[in-house]
Design a protein around this ligand. Structure first.
Ligand SMILES: C[S@@+](CC[C@H](N)C(=O)[O-])C[C@H]1O[C@@H](n2cnc3c(N)ncnc32)[C@H](O)[C@@H]1O
Length: 209
């Protein structure tokens, strides 16, 4: 498992990761009103945070892993110095118009109800949460025994742990949407339907009600 500098280098070198990131950032930036504050939750090494700050969005970053935080501090040194990017810890208290969570941050949770309770307190009404999550239906994973062993769990419960990736869980979109209600409603899911079998990442856009 990559972390810190090695994660940073890997993510910048991987064409697939760069494509996913470009699509995610474009979606977030299109949705953010000019000057709106954003919290990058599970910000990793700060690649997205830097892009949001460069577009004039006051950017908070929360990242629990120390190697990731250290790399973020180096990568975003100049933005942190002029407070365009502000690292924050728990509990989250600062109000923002949007929370982004790119590259499977929400897959590190076994369930999301308490997380969305927390996010509902920090996201302004009318604001949004945009998360990229691992699709539980992705056929590229069908070669793994754990994927085939969990098909019935997916049908029955809408989620399953994926032992091939330590501490990672996969969720059907409806399970995330249920956990987010009543504070958020699903506004967009990309891709939808059969497309979920062909993309590793699905983008879930939840609007604060
Ligand atoms: C694959 S990395 C994605 C990092 C970053 N968002 C990006 O786009 O490169 C997943 C991140 O989720 C973070 N993470 C794990 N558990 C978390 C939690 N409970 N709350 C917030 N972030 C968490 C990890 O530390 C890691 O930085």
């Amino acid at each position: 498992m990559h972390t810190g500098e090695s994660y940073h280098r890997f993510m910048l070198a991987s064409r697939r990761a760069r494509n996913v990131r470009r699509r995610f950032q474009n979606m977030a930036l299109d949705l953010l009103p000019a000057g709106a504050a954003v919290l990058d939750f599970g910000a990793g090494t700060g690649i997205d945070a830097r892009a949001y700050a460069a577009r004039g969005h006051p950017t908070l970053v929360y990242e629990p892993s120390q190697p990731m935080r250290e790399c973020l501090a180096r990568h975003c040194r100049e933005e942190i110095a002029r407070k365009a990017i502000v690292p924050v810890g728990l509990p989250l208290t600062r109000k923002v118009q949007a929370v982004t969570a790119n590259f499977a941050v929400l897959n590190h949770f076994a369930e999301h109800a308490s997380l969305f309770e927390t996010l509902a307190r920090v996201v302004d009404r009318g604001g949004f949460v945009l998360a990229s999550m691992l699709s539980p239906y992705y056929l590229g994973d069908a070669r793994h025994e754990w994927w085939r062993a969990n098909v019935m769990n997916l049908v029955r419960d809408g989620h399953y742990p994926s032992p091939g990736e330590s501490g990672i869980h996969r969720f059907a979109p409806r399970v995330v949407v249920q956990a987010a209600a009543p504070h958020f409603r699903l506004e967009r899911l990309v891709p939808r339907g059969p497309g979920l079998a062909f993309r590793l990442y699905m983008f879930v856009l939840l609007r604060r009600t």
